[in-house]
Design a protein around this ligand. Structure first.
Ligand code: DGL
Length: 264
C-alpha cells in the first residue's frame, strides 16, 4: 500500500501572494514536502467572472493532483470564495481554503467598525456575503476593493510610490470612519503590511488568516492520518507560468528546492 503521508501538499494561487500562506505552512509543518503553483499569467483573478475563476481553479487543481498532492490549499481568497464548493464536490482530495477573517475582527473591534480590503471577486461572492451576514448587526464593515494592488505586487512593485498612493486612497477613508481593525482579504496583501503600518501609524490591528490556514491544514492532515512526521530533506518546489524573478524575489531567504517556469 502507498504511504500517502509522504506525498506533498499542493498550494495554488493566482500568483505569488499565496507564498504568504506557504510560509505559514512551512513554519508549522516543517516535515511536509510542498508544491506551489503561481498562476501569475492569469492574475488578477479578482476581476474575472465566477465561471473563469472556477475554470482556472480546476486547471490548477488537476496540475497538483497529477503531481500526487495529498491535500490542496487554495491559497487565494478569490478562488476559495468562488470555486472551493465546486472543487470539493468534484475531487476526492481534501481542500483547505482561505476566507477574509471578518469574524475574528468582529470579536476584536472596540470601535465597532472594521475595514476589509479584498478583491472584487471575493467581496461579490456568495460565500463572503454569507460570512458577513453572520457578523453582529451593530458592527460596521467598510469594504474596499484593493484595485491595482495585486497587479503591482505581481510586477514586483511592492515598495513603489504607486503602491503607497493606492493604499493611502483606500485606507484614509477607512481611518476617517474610525476603523480599529483591517482585514486583509487577499493572500497578496500580507506583503503590504509594512506599508499599511506606516500609513495607519500603527494605530489599527491588521488581521489576516494565514496562520489559521496553517493550523487548519495540520488539523485536517492529522484527522486523515496524512501528517508527515518523518524528518527528511524536505522538498519545496515552486512553479510559475510568468516572470520567475518576481517569485524569486518574494522567496528571498527561503530554502527552496526548485523554482521553475512552466508553460501552463
Ligand atoms: N491572492 C489572491 C486572493 O487571495 C489574489 C486574487 C487576484 O488575483 O486578484 O484573492
Amino acid at each position: 500500500m502507498i504511504n500517502k503521508s509522504n506525498q506533498p501538499i499542493g498550494i495554488f494561487d493566482s500568483g505569488v501572494g499565496g507564498t504568504s500562506i506557504w510560509k505559514e505552512i512551512q513554519q508549522l509543518l516543517p516535515n511536509e514536502d510542498t508544491i506551489y503553483l503561481a498562476d501569475s499569467l492569469h492574475a488578477p483573478y479578482g476581476q474575472k467572472s465566477k465561471e473563469e475563476i472556477v475554470h482556472l481553479s480546476i486547471k490548477n487543481t488537476e496540475f497538483l493532483i497529477n503531481k500526487q498532492c495529498k491535500l490542496i490549499i487554495v491559497a487565494c481568497n478569490t478562488a476559495t470564495t468562488n470555486a472551493i464548493k465546486y472543487l470539493r464536490s468534484n475531487y476526492s482530495v481534501p481542500f483547505i481554503g482561505i476566507e477574509p477573517a471578518i469574524k475574528p475582527a468582529s470579536l476584536q473591534t472596540k470601535t465597532r467598525t472594521i475595514g476589509i480590503l479584498a478583491t472584487k471577486g471575493t467581496l461579490n461572492s456568495e460565500l463572503f456575503e454569507k460570512t458577513s451576514s453572520l457578523i453582529d448587526n451593530d458592527i460596521k464593515i467598510i469594504e474596499r476593493i484593493g484595485e491595482g494592488l495585486v497587479e503591482l505586487i505581481e510586477q514586483g512593485r511592492v515598495d513603489s510610490k504607486e503602491m503607497t498612493s493606492l493604499l493611502e486612497s483606500y485606507l484614509h477613508p477607512m481611518l476617517k470612519e474610525n476603523i480599529d481593525c483591517l482585514v486583509l482579504g487577499c493572500t497578496h496583501y500580507p506583503y503590504l503590511i509594512n506599508a499599511i503600518k506606516k500609513i495607519t501609524k500603527n494605530s489599527i490591528n491588521i488581521i489576516d488568516s494565514g496562520e489559521a490556514v496553517a493550523r487548519q491544514t495540520k488539523r485536517i492532515l492529522n484527522q486523515k492520518k496524512l501528517l508527515n512526521n518523518i524528518k527528511h530533506n524536505v522538498s519545496n518546489i515552486f512553479y510559475t507560468n510568468k516572470d520567475i524573478t518576481v517569485l524569486k524575489n518574494i522567496l528571498d531567504g527561503v530554502n527552496y528546492s526548485l523554482i521553475e517556469k512552466l508553460d501552463f
